[in-house]
Design a protein around this ligand. Structure first.
Ligand SMILES: *Cc1c(COP(=O)(O)O)cnc(C)c1O
Length: 493
């Protein structure tokens, strides 16, 4: 940054030609005129140089001909960016230097960095996706199925350490198939994490089964083993155990798998692991999504890697995965005359999209590191704001930090998470609330729910929580904008 600023500095004894060359090389649209001490005097734009030449100054004339002028500048601090943007709009300019009290230029703010919309989580392509897709075109493997589908299944299974995988059209489709594979039918109960995206629970309804929602625990924000235990004990008393438990790994962090698996085993209930958000995360050094009888992933556009839309079902049990492929291709019996003995779906992934997935898988480890770094920068940049408490990471967890999530402690600030999101939205920064828990959704209002204890943890997280922009391709400058906005809001409160 400092080096870049040095490239922008010119002095009055330099000539117009040199200034133009500097402007051209820097590509920034603005130069900084400084005195012999290196202190800021004024900005110079290409318009200023053009006007100078039109007033008969030649290329060899020095910049001493430039009139003195009080340039628009801002002082350093949390409000600098916002103030700069206001000034840029008012004066129709694109650059504002940040000058400290001694006249030193710390930074030049660029309007396009300040008012460009920052999104929550955007696709981030690597170098190889196009090659796999091009190969599909070259060999005319455009139809669903094909070598990229086989390759993607094989490579993902190896990556996460599960024996078999079936590539499908979405994470939701994978969950629906998982329920079919476990024979969930009308009237069955399925226990499901309460704090999740609705796609986890919808397939239970597709099967005309009954979801029962299980609260989160504060340590991981994921399924509370103690709530699950109460729900299972209650089910046994009623004489109706659930057909499956669906556990969600929220925002890229694994649930407490040992405790949950122990309970599921004790009651003989199979576990489906919804790892749509947690691909690349680990629990006790083992890959997220590899713990359930069946695991599912999503490659929707906002997930840590994407095929624009897609999903995967994984299991060690080869028969289950073979049957998933069968059900996802209209349940066609292996005979020539289109024979069907059960109802299937059109859920298979296309060979083109699987090509994108293969490329994305090759950069997955980098994407995890990048998202964790985004989280670390937020934490460091806001370390002194004690009203913010980040989503914890228990010792057994290595989250992929798909989304940086936190809460504003109501006992430490009057600012609400709604205020925070409103403020960020006004600054063209997309932030979101924590998922609205399923038991609070109108569509599930009559469903049963087991809270963690006398507290409903998922409800508290919803009421106080927020998610910040977390894309692996966010620039430091974009992140600084988010940090400054939060500091501005929470420091004065
Ligand atoms: C995204 C998501 C899904 C659904 O995945 P799609 O590919 O969008 O169908 C399911 N569960 C959770 C927790 C998700 O975040």
């Amino acid at each position: 940054m400092q080096k870049k600023i040095e490239h922008l500095k010119v002095r009055r004894e330099q000539n117009v030609r040199e200034a133009l060359q500097k402007l051209d090389a820097a590509g920034s649209g603005v130069l900084l005129l400084v005195d012999s001490q290196g202190k800021f005097e004024r900005t110079i734009t290409d318009g200023d140089l053009r006007r100078l030449m039109l007033s008969d100054a030649g290329l060899e004339s020095t910049l001493s001909l430039l009139p003195s002028m009080k340039s628009v500048v801002v002082q350093p601090g949390a409000a600098a960016r916002e103030e700069a943007l206001t000034l840029m709009v008012r004066h129709s300019i694109h650059h504002v230097p940040v000058i400290d009290s001694s006249g030193e230029v710390l930074q030049v703010l660029d309007r396009k960095d300040l008012d460009e919309q920052i999104l929550l989580s955007t696709p981030h392509l690597g170098d190889q996706e196009q090659e796999f897709v091009a190969e599909a075109f070259r060999t005319n493997w455009i139809a669903p199925l094909g070598p990229n589908v086989d390759g993607f299944e094989r490579e993902l299974a190896a990556w996460v350490g599960v024996k078999h995988a079936a590539a499908v059209s979405s994470g939701t489709a994978a969950i629906h198939l998982a329920l079919r594979l476990l024979d969930v039918t009308a009237g069955d109960e399925v226990f499901c994490s309460a704090l999740t995206f609705v796609a986890t629970a919808n397939p239970v309804i597709y099967q005309s089964a009954e979801p029962v929602f299980i609260d989160s625990e504060p340590e991981s924000w994921n399924m509370s083993p103690q709530a699950l235990e109460r729900a299972l004990a209650d089910a046994r008393r009623r004489g109706k155990l659930p057909k499956a438990v669906i556990v969600v790994n929220l925002y890229g962090q694994s649930a407490d798998m040992d405790a949950i698996i122990q309970l599921c085993d004790a009651y003989g209930v199979p576990l489906i692991e919804d790892a749509a958000e947690s691909l690349g995360a680990t629990y006790k050094d083992r890959q997220s999504g590899s713990f359930g009888r069946i695991g599912i992933y999503s490659f929707n556009g906002n997930k840590i890697i994407t095929t624009s839309g897609g999903g995967m079902l994984v299991a060690d049990d080869e028969d289950l995965v073979r049957r998933a492929r069968f059900l996802s291709t209209q349940a066609r019996e292996p005979v020539p005359h289109y024979e069907h003995t059960t109802i299937g779906y059109n859920y298979r992934m296309s060979n083109i999209l699987a090509g994108v997935g293969r490329g994305q898988l090759r950069v997955l480890a980098d994407r995890v590191d990048a998202r964790r770094r985004v989280f670390d920068r937020y934490r460091a940049g806001l370390a002194d704001i004690d009203a913010i408490e980040w989503m914890p990471e228990p010792s057994w967890s290595r989250s992929n930090r798909w989304l940086t999530a936190g809460v504003i402690r109501p006992d430490r600030s009057n600012v609400t998470s709604a205020d925070l999101m409103g403020r960020l939205a006004a600054l063209r920064i997309e932030a979101r609330p924590v998922w609205k828990p399923m038991q609070m959704q109108p569509v599930f209002k009559d469903k049963r729910y087991f809270a963690h204890d006398s507290n409903s943890v998922s409800q508290q997280l919803f009421e106080t929580g927020f998610c910040l922009p977390s894309g692996s391709n966010m620039s430091d400058g974009q992140q600084d904008r988010v940090i400054d906005a939060l500091r501005g809001l929470l420091r004065q409160a």
